[in-house]
Design a protein around this ligand. Structure first.
Ligand code: ZN
Length: 276
């Protein structure tokens, strides 16, 4: 053990001598700086975190094969969605997966991504899992989203024992919000929701209000003014035990129908309505 203590102390001496320099970088990079104590700082990063709900119960009570199916289907599907919506960095953490978005309009690409993750988990991943795995356990996702400044650096040992470390609130808060989210819910911080509120009327219409369809009755979708259909989000106080630095959270519980969903999602991501 003396060897270990000496190695740790020597490593800390090296790092202390290097010090820490923080450099602004414009966008989320594919890999963080790995050289000489440099951290990259990126502003206005949106983090989306999808958590496989109830996986502890699956691991304890279910067969290993069912757990392997659940993780494989869930992580692969969510990785595809993150990629499609232009996440610049994707990583797996425990039984969850997160993506980072930066640059113009990235809050809305992240929002459309978050909503699509929950929809795909419910409508595509869960039915496929039910078909292929022999268990009553239900596959559902909790999705969290936050936004803010992140620091990044590549840390660890050489080669494969090295990874990006993202310091700052957004990834941490998004992960916590994904655990606050119920089955197939999206939960966002008030920082994120104030951006939703401040966007263009068309985007707000798509992001905050339902399409108006109900029980076989077809609503008007985007042709109906905002405020004329039910609100999609419930606002509540952030649970104090989460230790979050945010006061309010917003929970997406209701949803658009299968017919309007794709159009609404596209408007959120692009800000424009497809003609024709
Ligand atoms: Zn509809």
């Amino acid at each position: 053990m003396d060897d270990v203590a000496a190695a740790v102390a020597s490593q800390l001496n090296d790092q202390a001598q290097l010090g820490v320099q923080v450099t602004d970088i414009g966008n989320v990079p594919e890999t963080g700086p790995a050289n000489r104590g440099v951290w990259g700082r990126i502003q206005d990063v949106s983090a989306v975190f999808a958590d496989l709900k109830g996986s502890t119960r699956l691991n304890v009570s279910g067969s290993r094969q069912n757990a392997a199916y659940a993780y494989t289907y869930f992580i692969r599907a969510m990785a595809v969605v993150l990629d499609r919506f232009g996440a610049r960095y994707v990583d797996i953490q425990g039984d969850g997966i997160f993506g980072l978005f930066s640059g113009p309009g990235s809050a809305f690409q992240a929002a459309a991504c978050a909503v699509t993750m929950r929809t795909q988990a419910e409508r595509v991943v869960a039915p496929r899992f039910d078909r292929d795995a022999a268990t009553d356990w239900k596959l559902t996702a909790g999705v969290g989203m936050d936004r803010g400044t992140l620091l990044v650096r590549r840390l660890g040992l050489r080669g494969a024992k090295q990874n990006e470390v993202w310091a700052g609130r957004p990834v941490n808060v998004a992960a916590k919000l994904s655990s606050v989210a119920g089955a197939n819910e999206v939960v966002v911080s008030d920082r994120v929701f104030s951006i939703f509120r401040g966007t263009s009327q068309l985007r707000r219409r798509a992001l905050l209000w339902t399409c108006g369809c109900d029980d076989g009755i077809t609503g008007g979708g985007l042709d109906i003014q905002e405020g004329q259909t039910p609100h999609l989000w419930d606002e509540e106080a952030a649970p104090p035990e989460m230790g979050l630095d945010i006061a309010r959270i917003h929970r997406l519980q209701s949803k658009w129908c299968v017919v309007h969903g794709a159009e609404f999602c596209e408007v959120i991501a692009t800000g424009a309505r497809r003609v024709g």
